[in-house]
Design a binder for this molecule. Structure first.
Ligand code: FES
Length: 437
């Protein structure tokens, strides 16, 4: 039986081949979140592999991680998509406790074979063998004669012409439209499902039957200037041009009243890569920066991130090769000034009214939130979740921040970044939603 080590919890023997998410719940007795029931859709079952990360990844997991901009973050995996087939060491940080949810989610099935959702649900269905396909027909015209041809273009009737109209056409429009009855079509909604914007209008009649999409022109993303206090509702702008700029005094999206936005603040530009069009968000050297909402991010000295109502920076990061062992003393909140404390990094509150409060990170994994007793660093900020984020150092000595499930998330400043099909970013105090329908 493989050995599963959960950092800070214990070491367990787990059945070979068992889904990791279920092993965490059953063998390790951890309240691991798995909101979508193991279908690689919610990413709440994220874990961090300190050792023993499986080298292979299922397509569904790859897509889910990519949509959350987690693909490429070594060690970040979805526990519902991993089986216990080797010794593993994981760090668990997405738990029911502190998430504000009532339950961890429906139990994932015990094996992928029994999973009702196919592993690669978005895979294009393959065509049946040639001999089993129904004959394709093409309705066309040869002069005034209507022909029915096979898919290769050859006539199906004797002599190549099946039917000749008995009467000459009265108008080109009438002759060129075969008999048809226009369907007054309303798609059948998927029962019980609502989209993330609360509407079912755009849902296909069946989940695996997508609606028509253009294949030649690029898709049209929707940029939403979010209403205050919402991550869904706002003013929609459809991006039909190669670029859209945002600013206070100029550009395509002008936000005159937000003094924290620079005159020319940020730009979204489409680039056409080998895998199709993609959209890149670039900060135009704004004064207050452009931030994207992340589920995790690497932290370097210049990284500024927003949690709750405040901005923070990590100072005094040791070089990645630093091998110093963890200090077992607890992390503390201290009102200090000056450089990093000893060799420990310091989380600096950049809010002017906070007077530069510094929180010393004395261990390699520190939880942050506003619930006293639940986190290593407790910050009195109502916009923080009880357990809001974890800052930790990986085996290479690099520091990373991981957001837990919360309303207000973790936002990290960027110079330029490829936007995910659904993501959020912030310029000044204005938040935006970017979505490719
Ligand atoms: S992605 Fe939802 S449980 Fe794993």
């Amino acid at each position: 039986m493989p050995q599963l080590t959960v950092e800070g919890v214990g070491v367990y023997r787990v059945p070979a081949g068992k889904r990791l998410v279920n092993a965490l719940v059953d063998e390790c007795k951890i309240d691991q979140l798995h909101v979508c029931g193991g279908h690689a859709q919610c990413t709440t079952c994220q874990v961090f592999f300190a050792a023993g990360e499986p080298p292979l990844m299922r397509p569904a997991e790859r897509r889910a991680l990519a949509s959350m901009m987690l693909l490429g973050h070594r060690g970040m995996r979805l526990s519902c998509q991993v089986t216990c087939d080797r010794d593993m060491t994981v760090r668990v940080f997405s738990r029911l406790e502190g998430s504000g949810r009532e339950t961890a989610g429906p139990r994932p099935s015990d094996s992928f074979e029994m999973d009702p959702a196919p592993i690669d649900a978005l895979q294009t269905p393959s065509l049946p063998p040639e001999e089993h396909r129904p004959p394709e027909v093409h309705i066309g015209f040869a002069g005034n004669a209507r022909t029915i041809c096979d898919k290769a273009g050859g006539p199906t009737g004797p002599g190549g012409i099946d039917e000749v109209p008995a009467t000459p056409p009265r108008s080109p429009a009438r002759t060129r439209i075969p008999h048809c009855a226009i369907e007054a079509f309303m798609p059948t909604h998927v029962t019980g499902e609502t989209s993330d914007r609360g509407s079912q209008r755009d849902r296909p009649a069946t989940p695996d039957q997508p609606f028509y999409r253009p294949t030649i022109r690029p898709p049209v993303p929707v940029l939403t200037i979010l209403d205050d206090g919402s991550l869904e509702i706002g003013e929609d702008i459809r991006i039909r041009s190669p670029s859209v700029s945002i600013g206070r005094s100029g550009g395509d999206v002008v936000l005159q009243l937000d003094a924290t936005i620079s005159g020319q603040h940020a730009e979204i530009r489409r680039i056409d890569g080998e895998s199709g069009p993609q959209w890149v968000l670039t900060d135009l050297k704004s004064i207050n920066g452009t931030f994207v909402r992340v589920s995790s991010a690497d932290i370097v000295e210049s990284t500024i991130f927003i949690m709750g109502s405040r901005r923070y920076r990590l100072e005094g990061l040791p070089p990645p090769s630093d091998e110093e062992g963890d200090d077992t003393s607890s992390n503390t909140n201290e009102a200090l000034s000056g450089p990093a404390i000893g060799s420990h990094p310091v989380l600096v509150d950049l809010n002017k009214r906070s007077n530069g409060i510094r929180h010393v990170l004395r261990t390699s994994s520190v939880t942050i939130g506003n619930a006293s007793g639940a986190c290593d660093i407790v910050i009195d900020d109502p916009l923080l979740a009880p357990y809001h984020a974890t800052i930790c150092r990986n085996n290479e000595g690099e520091w990373q921040v991981f957001a837990s499930q919360s309303c207000n998330g973790v936002w990290v400043n960027i110079d330029s970044i490829m936007l995910a099909p659904l993501c959020y970013f912030q310029c000044g105090e204005q938040q935006f939603r970017f979505a490719i329908p």
